[in-house]
Design a protein around this ligand. Sequence first.
Ligand SMILES: [Zn+2]
Ligand SMILES: [Zn+2]
Length: 409
Amino acid sequence: MLAAPARDGSVFQQIFADHWQAFQQAHARYQTPYYDALVRKMLDCGNPVKMGAVEYRCLHCGQGQHLVAMSCKSSLCLRCAKVYTDNWVSQVSQVLHEGVIYRHIILTVPAMFRMTFYHNAAVVLSAFMRCGAQCLDDFYSTVKGKRLQGGYITVLHTHGRNGQYHPHLHVLATSGGYEAEGASWEHLDYLPYALLRRKWQWHLLTMLRQTLKTEAIKPLVDTCFRKYPDGLVTNVQKGAVPAQAYSGARYVAKYVVSPPISVRRLDQYDGERVTYHYRSHRTERMEQETVPVATFIGRMVQHVLPKGFKRIRYYGVQATKTFAKVKGVMQAALAKVGAVVKGAVKIIARLTYRQRYAQRTGRDPFRCPHCGAEMAVWRIWQPKYGVIDDEGAVMKRGTYASTAQRAGP
Ligand SMILES: [Zn+2]
Ligand SMILES: [Zn+2]
């Protein structure tokens, strides 16, 4: 992957360059090689000397040049986050099936358990994602009085809008499920939310009790049942996804995969304090917040997931093989209820570096600014191995003709 052109990603880098060491010394949790590598890579991101680069040159007039630094792909890097978001949008949109009605369901964790999640992330988060799918299967089955299996694309978020720790699940759920015995698809038009809230509470608390098995968890679970007799907050977005057009799918995908704080939301950094803004759920307005730099760093690193953790997972009939099997049954059933939205899911392709650059600047980075010819890869340089591909040297040796061209990345 090639690095996105720098915006104020450099402010973010500066914050970590100035304060990461002190922050790490104060927080034992982050004193591991895993975090060291994430921060080091992020600090080098966009620097061609540290990261390596691809150099493009115009082979027509010999004047045009364009240097692209390799990206760091660190999950902490906001410069790379925009690209990740776009790729995720693409990934999610590709697994939404045309003609199937999805609902966007949000399953939350009450504030009293947030610390439990934070301290036990490595064991709890996977179980948490799985239990969301189990809860919805149970919910659909109870509503229909038959054993149903739905399809779920589940995305884990650990952050609220302002970057605080607030684990919750976004589920793109089929509205209904597959009934294996009769080999039929049971569509659910109406979802009783009160029941969903109680089901979610039961599944979440049971999962916590079984996963953690500690003395401390039992009283918390009991308190939670007493404190919330009507169940936990779940939120079903009104209307089906896709709503009217593919924009629905895009909206949801984008919303679901956005990073904790986007680079564009950093307003100010004076060496000690950071000001950023975010759109608040509560007020539905842009809110600005200024926090000490250590708080800011903490808000960013707490969302780094355990190594290798998959943030998007597919459950039930949404798993590819099962889906192929039930697709016919599903579509026939939906056609009967008149709920098929034809062509509503548009696959959103991931953008190449060239497209992203053009979108941002209105300029094709690989078109020679002097003569207008298409430029070609001239040299690929990598810090560990040095020059790994050198067209100039190849041409001088006369191995092949000078018109050699390559497709951009
Ligand atoms: Zn990066
Ligand atoms: Zn040229």
